[in-house]
Ligand binder design. Structure first.
Ligand code: GUN
Length: 288
């Protein structure tokens, strides 16, 4: 069994990104800018946002975190987004999800300038992505594809099963695997005979959000198992969707939690921000 070390790959890529950023800054005087907007005090979101800020600063980006109270109205949030849409010093805008229930998530995602939508959640970016012309790719599935590449796992011709159908992970993951010529099935909590279906997978991606949901009986001998889960057990310990200790006995490759997919997600977000900045500079250069 090979443990797929997302932390190590993320550190390597972060180092390369910091070098690219330094060169860009020297050549153009511009540094990529990422603003992260957090509404309310969801504890998990606070941790994610802190990690994103740390990572942006380590890459040499301009970084700002806007922390707004739970009582922020939709109009107030839209006004903040509009301010950063207009400000050319910022190339990436990310609104941390989930939002408080009184705010319409779709309206917020729609308000972010698609050129700055480094999450890739704006319907325009989703449409481009699904039609085979990606500009912004959701970070978690993008990070998983990098991990597969790093460990020389080519999805071409393979059977892939994705458990989970969220817009953030499951659906875009299926699309990327399809682009890489895998045969893809999207399964979810209502799928019948899920263990038997999952056992057909050469590549099994689990993003269902239930601690240790996937046990040995879901996994074919020699399968590659990718765990996107971030759950807390009864002692508050971070655990994945996969029961690592038993599945690692039969998988050929497996990602741990923590230290697998999570660090890659953040790194890919920084990559997207860097590329958004480069595209911005390209459009500037074409101005008369
Ligand atoms: N909440 C959980 N994952 C994500 C993500 O990738 N982006 C945003 N904006 N919010 C999230």
């Amino acid at each position: 069994m090979t443990r797929m070390d997302g932390k190590a790959l993320a550190e390597k890529m972060q180092g390369q990104l910091a070098e690219k950023t330094a060169v860009l800054k020297e050549k153009t005087g511009v540094e990529p800018g990422l603003v992260v907007i957090l509404v309310g005090d969801n504890p998990a979101s606070q941790v994610y946002v802190r990690n994103k800020e740390r990572s942006a600063l380590a890459a040499g980006f301009r970084s700002e975190v806007i922390r707004l109270p739970e009582t922020t109205t939709q109009e107030e949030l839209l006004a903040v987004i509009e301010r950063y849409n207009q400000d050319m010093a910022w190339h990436g805008i990310l609104v941390q999800l989930p939002l408080p229930v009184h705010i319409d998530e779709e309206a917020i995602l729609l308000a972010i300038d698609p050129d700055k939508d480094v999450d890739g959640f704006h319907p325009m970016n989703m449409g481009k992505f699904w039609s085979g012309h990606p500009v912004m790719i959701p970070s978690t599935p993008a990070g998983i594809m990098e991990l597969l590449r790093e460990y020389d796992i080519n999805p071409e011709g393979k059977k892939a099963v994705v458990i989970g159908r969220s817009n953030i992970v499951g659906k875009p993951m299926a699309q990327l695997l399809l682009d890489a010529n895998a045969t893809v099935t999207i399964a979810h909590s209502r799928t019948e005979n899920l263990p038997a279906l999952a056992r057909e997978a050469d590549i099994l991606v689990v993003a269902i959000g239930r601690g240790h949901f996937v046990t040995k009986e879901f996994v074919k001998e020699g399968a590659v198992v990718i765990d996107v889960g971030m759950n807390r057990d009864e002692n508050g310990k971070l655990i994945g969707d996969v029961a690592f200790d038993e599945v690692n006995e039969i998988a050929s490759h497996i990602t741990p939690v923590p230290g697998g997919v999570g660090p890659m997600t953040i790194t890919m977000l920084m990559e997207q921000t860097y590329h958004a900045c480069k595209r911005f500079l390209g459009t500037q250069a074409n101005q008369p």
